[in-house]
Design a binder for this molecule. Structure first.
Ligand code: GDG
Length: 754
């Protein structure tokens, strides 16, 4: 029976239903594979790490999954038939992308698996260069992009996976310029000298740079990708922030090492119970791989042979189980590898076996997950030695299943996992003598050492699990997309900030809101006296001042009297003069420096007024003095700023520069950040953190002090670009601040859901 009727609804109904802001995952394969046998369609979970990692996350979170259902079909109608019945939940919908026989052969078999796969894993001699398969790769990527464009909206986050779809983002960007697009590469990204070998290296790089975020398994891969962008396309690179600018658009390139569903593996292992390894005569060493030349199976078998040569006393006491899962069986290289592995196992077994024991137990098939965990559990040593691997999830799963902390992990230093799993016994998989010795070392390792290594490994695999991987990736992708789209998406950026703040704000009784004035509540204007609060902002501030559990504080570089007059709402707390003066219910504060430095500030102001430059003017405010250069002719602006700064320094004042202003203030450690903490302690006690949430919104460099002070204790929002700031979030402009204020003043942050 086809999938259409099994869940009582048609596939199309499931495909059409949509809700905004969802995750749209795109991968070559859907998480299941359909097979047509004797007129019936059967569905199997697809093998491999990508599905193992993403399937549970999607099932929990919901969204759309775009991909190839696995069987060759000529048209969309027959592809729809290849859809499975509704799964565990209806939260995941599938959009099949049909592929013809020729496309499967060229896009998948040839370009993906005989060109990109070997090259990205540094197997240069196996890399095929064939322009006809490239053309099919392009066309298929375009078709995937079309399906993705149809299935997503500008509110969604499109998350494209892996090397088969590196060109997709380029097409999608053309079809839907505002779509938020992120990419994750599951396999390694090689150095420039290797990647440039591909005649289509530039095209592939352009594909990646059409994304807002590109995630790699390790920092090393991310660094390689950044250099390639720079050297192949002349992109501008900001290494400190991990951002590449190409064709006027930023792309963040970051390391996001993938994790596993730790509690699933640990839970299954606990259910299976404690293996009776000690009681058994034989100790087991386990390797699990897809049958792939990158996994180093032949080299490992050779190391096992050397092990039995060097350590003959371990014969009959040790069994190596090699589970090889068949993949890409239609590709010639994989058929050849299978033959070589078969031969090698036969040779080693023939050499060492006796009538009751064989050194290698070889399984060429897949096992179910329970059996797999049971194998992980019984193995004293996990022998994971790929020649190159993006990450290697088997290493992490083995560790998760070691609930008794008895096992030892031997891990290739050329697997991405080695970057995080330093407590494993790390080996060079090509050095078979070294691997043989490492096996011996693992077998004789004292229990105390085994335990301490395993405890450390388990802790890391547990905390960096697949759930946190998805969460961190999605958050980084949204932040990168915000930065890229800038104010065009003002509203949605504010929405994102609101969504993220809401659960945090709702957790405490009181919320203390700090707003900077100029540039935050009002737009920046040429003359400060013209920075008038809009009637909406004023109304909302008034409403906020009456909202229960909301405490509003206005923070400004202006003199206290000035900012009080500009806002004009009684009952709020006002912080003036960058924190030197504070006034509000229960607070009356004037910093001593106001008096101490009065004479110096006065003298500096006088001297500054002697600068004869048209448009420059000096504003004296309590403890500080500000030189405004906004109206100075552009060519004279920098020199005027320099002259003003020199005068201020001569008077021993501390100089800060802001948006077309230069300011001098007493050279003492006091700033908006200290003032914010002072207000919190005065109004809510030194232990304010247990009762109140503090949120600071500001646009200026002087607000960075407040962002820093609240780091880890409160939250902060920068008004303007999210670059070079200590703030946790950003919104584009004062209009967005007013939107945020509307929400806060309504008290809606106390609700359970936004
Ligand atoms: C790519 C990258 C990266 C294996 N045999 C059986 C079985 N498996 C599952 C394992 C594991 C997965 O397959 C293999 O994952 P790996 O990470 O080891 O390798 P790749 O397939 O090459 O994955 C890799 C990964 O993507 C994720 O980003 O780590 O570097 O090459 O989860 O458990 N599962 C079952 N039976 C088997 O016989 N049930």
């Amino acid at each position: 029976m086809g999938a259409r009727k099994q869940d009582g609804r048609s596939i199309d109904q499931r495909v059409i239903h949509r809700n905004g802001g969802q995750l749209v995952v795109v991968s070559n394969r859907l998480p299941f594979t359909s097979e047509r046998t004797k007129g019936r369609i059967r569905f199997k979970r697809s093998p491999g790490g990508l599905v193992a990692a993403l399937d549970p996350a999607m099932a929990r979170r919901g969204g759309v999954w775009v991909g190839w259902p696995g069987a060759e079909t000529e048209d969309a109608a027959s592809a729809a038939e290849m859809m499975p019945p509704a799964r565990r939940s209806d939260k995941v919908r599938y959009r099949p992308v049909p592929l013809s026989r020729r496309e499967v052969a060229s896009y998948y078999g040839a370009f993906s698996n005989r060109t990109l796969w070997p090259l990205l894993h540094y197997f240069l001699a196996r890399t095929e260069i064939d322009s006809s398969s490239w053309e099919v790769y392009e066309r298929v990527n375009e078709r995937f992009a079309e399906a993705t464009a149809e299935e997503s909206t500008d509110d969604d986050l499109v998350w494209v996976h892996d090397y088969q779809l590196m060109r997709l983002p380029r097409y999608l960007r053309r079809m839907a310029p505002k779509r938020r697009v992120a990419f994750f590469l599951h396999i390694p990204f090689p150095s420039y000298d290797v990647f440039r070998i591909l005649p289509w290296a530039r095209h592939l790089m352009r594909g990646l740079l059409s994304c807002d975020l590109v995630g790699c398994q390790s920092q090393e891969h991310a660094d390689h990708m950044t250099s390639c962008a720079e050297q192949l396309l002349g992109a501008t690179v900001d290494r400190s922030r991990g951002v590449v600018y190409f064709e006027g658009k930023p792309t963040a390139i970051q390391a996001h090492p993938i994790g596993i569903d730790y509690s699933l593996f640990e839970g299954m292992a606990q259910k299976i119970g404690i293996p009776q390894v000690e009681a058994e005569a034989q100790v087991e060493v386990l390797s699990v791989d897809r049958m792939d030349y990158t996994k180093g199976i032949l080299e490992r078998l050779r190391a096992i042979e050397v092990f039995f040569e060097r350590y003959p006393t371990y014969r009959r006491r040790t069994v190596f189980t090699q589970l090889c899962v068949p993949t890409r069986t239609s590709v010639q290289e994989y058929q050849d590898l299978k033959r070589q592995v078969d031969e090698m196992v036969g040779r080693v077994n023939g050499r060492f076996s006796d009538p009751t024991w064989s050194p290698i137990r070889y399984l060429f098939r897949s096992v179910n997950q329970r059996e797999l965990v049971s194998m992980y559990r019984t193995a004293r040593v996990g022998l994971i030695t790929p020649l190159r691997d993006g990450m290697n999830l088997v290493a992490k799963e083995y560790v998760a299943a070691q609930t008794e902390q008895q096992g030892v992990l031997i891990l290739s230093e050329l697997a991405g996992a080695a970057e995080e799993m330093k407590e494993a016994v790390l080996v060079n998989p090509y050095d078979v003598d070294h691997v043989a010795d490492a096996i011996h070392r693992a077998l004789v390792m004292p229990e105390a050492e085994r335990r301490s290594r395993m405890v450390a490994l388990r802790h890391r695999v547990m905390t960096r699990n697949v759930q946190s991987w998805v969460q961190r990736f999605v958050e980084s992708a949204e932040a990168a997309a915000d930065a890229a789209t800038g104010s065009r998406h003002a509203k949605s950026r504010t929405d994102i900030v609101r969504r993220r703040l809401q659960p945090w704000l709702a957790k405490r009784q009181t919320v203390v809101l700090f707003f900077d004035y100029d540039g935050t509540l009002t737009p920046i204007v040429a003359r400060p006296e013209n920075a008038v609060l809009s009637s909406t902002a004023k109304r909302l501030l008034r409403r906020a001042s009456r909202t229960p559990n909301l405490d509003v504080v206005i923070v400004s570089g202006r003199a206290l009297a000035d900012v009080k007059e500009m806002v004009g709402i009684p009952g709020l707390t006002y912080v003036g003069n960058h924190g030197f003066e504070i006034e509000g219910p229960g607070i009356e504060f004037r910093h001593d420096a106001l008096r101490e430095y009065q004479a110096e500030v006065e003298a500096a102001s006088k001297e500054l007024r002697t600068i004869d430059v048209e448009g420059l003017w000096v504003e004296r405010k309590g403890a500080t003095v500000t030189v405004h250069v906004r109206e100075v002719a552009e060519k004279e602006r920098n020199s005027s700023e320099r002259r003003a700064a020199a005068i201020l320094r001569r008077h021993k004042l501390r100089v800060t520069t802001g948006k077309r202003i230069v300011e001098g203030r007493p050279p003492i450690d006091w700033n908006k950040g200290y003032a914010v903490l002072h207000v919190l302690a005065q109004r809510h006690g030194v232990d304010w953190i247990s009762r109140a949430r503090a949120l600071y919104v500001g646009d200026d460099v002087t607000d960075e002090d407040a962002f820093r002070s609240l780091r880890g204790m409160g939250r902060s929002i920068r008004v303007g670009p999210a670059t070079q700031t200590e703030a946790d979030f950003s919104v584009p402009d004062p209009e967005a601040v007013v939107e945020l204020l509307r929400w806060l003043a309504s008290g809606a942050f106390e609700a359970d859901e936004v």
